[in-house]
Design a protein around this ligand. Structure first.
Ligand code: ATP
Ligand code: MG
Length: 167
């Protein structure tokens, strides 16, 4: 029986990253080592300050900006590739690896299916992949897939992001 699990948290509703953070906290309670890789994000969120204090290693983009997911800017493609190299370099340190927002990099084939599967086969860590539009092949190889449905979201009706709720 294999112990390692691949979890995918996808869909358009709010709660993907925060669900992954819940599992990080659960793992920390069992003394697990956690690597949190944040694709497409360069700023620290509220939770990151706490997670760092609890020993989670956080890796993210050096610089990020808003963009249209249909046309990912070149600098962000380079950032993706650089962060992916950090995943590969550091993977053996962790019991749990959270790849936040990687689903976009996978569906845009910035990180190829072949590279991801090769990585997944060569790590002992549990993996969590978050982000909208997870590719079908990822959902097939995952052990657990949750899709969060958007019923409504106050940002969708023009409200401003709120500290402590969105970041
Ligand atoms: P969270 O980090 O709160 O768990 P998420 O990871 O599911 O959210 P992302 O797709 O990463 O959401 O979105 C990043 C930002 O967009 C977050 O600040 C989130 O609150 C906001 N957001 C999430 N879902 C929606 C939505 N359906 N409409 C508008 N904004 C959204
Ligand atoms: Mg998120």
């Amino acid at each position: 029986m294999k112990n390692k699990r691949i979890l995918v948290i996808t869909g358009n509703g709010k709660g993907k990253t925060t669900a992954a953070i819940g599992i990080i906290i659960r793992s920390l309670g069992h003394e697990k080592k956690v690597g949190f890789f944040k694709f497409f994000k360069s700023k620290l969120s509220g939770e990151d300050k706490i997670l760092k204090k609890l020993g989670v290693r956080i890796f993210q983009f050096k610089k990020a900006q808003f963009f249209n997911p249909q046309k990912i800017p070149k600098n962000l493609i380079k950032e993706c590739e650089a962060l992916w190299q950090k995943v590969l370099k550091n993977k053996d340190q962790f019991d749990l690896i959270v790849l936040d927002e990687i689903n976009l990099a996978l569906s845009a084939q910035i990180i190829t299916k072949k590279d991801f599967i090769n990585f997944a086969q060569n790590t002992k860590a549990n993996l969590i992949c978050t982000g909208r539009a997870a590719p079908i092949w990822l959902k097939k190889i995952a052990d657990t897939v949750s899709e969060i449905k958007d019923i409504k979201h106050d940002l969708g009706i023009g409200n401003q992001t709120q500290q402590g709720i969105e970041f």
